[in-house]
Design a protein around this ligand. Structure first.
Ligand code: ADP
Ligand code: MG
Ligand code: ZN
Length: 550
């Protein structure tokens, strides 16, 4: 019955015949008054999950969104199809907001969009309580979590919402949140046991490739030569770098512009609209570019340097191929990029977590497992197949049946009750004589010494592979302990086999990629004084991005 109601509203207001996967399930949850967490890619149709309840349930849906600039467009769009929607935020005049408040109080509104500041302003809850609210929808909900990548401090005050409106269901929606961010989101919003609706993030039409960051400009020109007249984005780390890249590309005859937050607003708007209207083919941009840009025919995305984490990376490559047609992505990686970012991050609040996330980004770039498997496993999709559309799948390294090895590792983790980090688990496997290991009784667990034949270095690599392949995950919020995934249980109890890359292959590839210089860079840095270290960072930045040393 409720299904039919929802479906007929979908047809009546939006003209669509069918819901996309998960939409109906989410809407039915709202009908039952349940809280929920929605993780769906951008363009996946999150809005529908609160718009349908708005037009079918008694009362108003209050939508909290930090994207004030998009509110007006959204509301105009809804009004055009006969949905009574309005918004309240700081951009309005007193008369305008008064009119909206009156409409709300008289019970006319299906939907009321508000900024978090407005929602939390003095007396606003009391005002809202004058009418029935059937749902709070928190859009871009990852902003509430300091674990997330776009933290907005004002969002944390949304904690009070569930206390003030205990009867009203809360739906938190986001396109980007790893397991930890989702957990934090749910806790902060006071809905810790809300059902999590996670739709697939797989974008099979995007090819994934990582290349060593040598002669990047030449590599980019070669890449573009094979793709005449295709629109694309080159993501850069610094403002300077975007301008330099755009200059370089223009000099090589390409139609390219720079975009970064340091440009005047009018210029930014111009670059953005020229790109959308196919007047500018290539934009060289910092991560400031892309939020809310809806352009379906972006054919490629290049990362000139390593992104800070996999969330950012996935969002940025996700701007390619929205039309579903084939699109290519290319990430340049050098160990120096990693060190530079690590130094940049290390002064930040929350830097430990950010470094852990950066490490995952680096492992992705260095990995020899199917890249899509790594990405999807990172977002907690149990993805057990190689994709066939990434550089690793195209040129697979030599593998062996690592099932027994994996079983040893996974059962060690299980027997240690998932309460230690990878280093400790490896020491147990190697039968280490560490004193603290004995004092905790870990020398008594059954897997103690079961992996003596493999070096600690090699075990470390195998653990990384098991994480990449989705058999283990790292609980960053819990002292980086390694834990088992459902896939691990299949290996332990259901005879799932595991293919691993041989260490000899890894070592060979490492050497080819300059492992020596890397080792050198590492020890050199460790021995530096703080002052020297800072100077080195500046030098690195200067060399890498062509910024004059200061
Ligand atoms: P998100 O907020 O997840 O990025 P939107 O809610 O803005 O995505 O929806 C993206 C597009 O998908 C919109 O144009 C919307 O009309 C469309 N859409 C949503 N649900 C459906 C559906 N069931 N069938 C067809 N199109 C849909
Ligand atoms: Mg949206
Ligand atoms: Zn692959």
């Amino acid at each position: 019955m409720t299904q039919e109601l929802a479906k007929s509203a979908l047809k009546k207001y939006f003209g669509y015949d069918d819901f996309r996967p998960l939409q109906l399930k989410i809407i039915e949850g709202v009908f039952r008054g349940e809280d929920g967490i929605v993780l769906m890619p951008t363009g996946g149709g999150k809005s529908m999950c609160f718009q349908i309840p708005a037009v079918t349930m008694t009362g108003t849906v209050v939508v909290v969104s930090p994207l004030i600039s998009l509110m007006k467009d959204q509301v105009d769009g809804l009004r055009a199809v006969g949905i009574r929607a309005a918004y309240l935020n700081s951009s309005q005049t007193g008369t305008e907001s008064l009119a909206v408040e009156t409409a709300y109080e008289s019970g006319e509104l299906h939907l009321l969009y508000v900024s978090p500041e407005k929602l939390l302003s003095q007396g606003f809850f009391t005002f809202l309580k004058r009418r029935k609210i059937c749902l709070f929808a928190i859009d871009e909900a990852h902003c509430i979590s300091a674990w997330g990548h776009d933290f907005r401090p004002e969002y944390t005050r949304l904690k009070g919402l569930k206390t003030a409106f205990p009867e009203t269901p809360v739906l938190a929606l986001t396109a980007t949140a790893d397991r930890l961010t989702r957990k934090d989101m749910a806790e902060q919003l006071g809905i810790p046991s809300a059902e999590q609706h996670i739709s697939s993030f797989n974008r099979p039409n995007l090819s994934l490739a990582v290349r060593p960051g040598l002669k990047r400009r030449e590599q980019i020109i070669n890449f573009l030569r094979e793709r005449p007249n295709e629109a694309g984005i080159v993501y850069c780390l610094s403002r300077k770098q975007t301008e330099k890249m755009a200059d370089n590309l223009r000099a090589a005859g390409y139609n390219a512009e720079a975009y970064h937050a340091g440009l005047p607003a009018a210029r930014r708007a111009e670059v953005q609209s020229d790109f959308i209207n196919d007047k500018t083919l290539i934009v060289c941009a910092t991560i400031a570019f892309g939020m809310g840009i809806d352009k379906s025919n972006v054919r490629w995305v290049i990362h000139y340097t390593l992104p800070k984490n996999l969330e950012n990376y996935y969002q940025e490559i996700g701007r390619a191929g929205r039309d579903g047609a084939k699109a290519d992505t290319l990430l340049f990686y050098s160990y120096n990029d990693y060190l530079t970012l690590k130094d940049m991050i290390s002064g930040n609040p929350n830097s430990e977590l950010q470094v852990a996330k950066l490490d995952r980004m680096k492992e992705y770039a260095e990995s020899m497992a199917c890249r899509r498997r790594i990405l999807l496993n990172y977002f907690s999709e149990d993805h057990a197949e190689d994709c066939g559309n990434c550089d690793v799948c195209a040129n697979p390294p030599e593998r062996f049946d690592g099932t027994i090895l994996a079983q040893k590792a996974l059962s060690a983790v299980a027997r240690l009750k998932e309460s230690v980090g990878a280093g400790m688990a490896i020491d147990v496997l190697r039968g280490s004589a560490r004193a603290d290991l004995r004092s905790r009784g870990y020398d008594q667990v059954k897997t103690y010494g079961a992996g003596r034949d493999i070096s600690a270095f090699d075990w470390n690599q195998y653990f990384n592979q098991l994480i990449s392949l989705g058999y283990l995950y790292v609980a960053h919020e819990d002292y980086n302990k390694v834990k088992l995934t459902p896939a691990a249980r299949r290996v332990l109890f259901e005879k799932e086999t595991v293919e691993l890359v041989k260490m000899t292959t890894i070592k060979k590839r490492r050497e080819a990629a300059g492992a020596k210089t890397r080792k050198f860079a590492e020890t050199k840095r460790e021995n530096m004084s703080l002052f020297d270290k800072l100077r080195q960072v500046r030098k690195d930045l200067a060399r890498e991005f062509g910024i004059p040393p200061y």
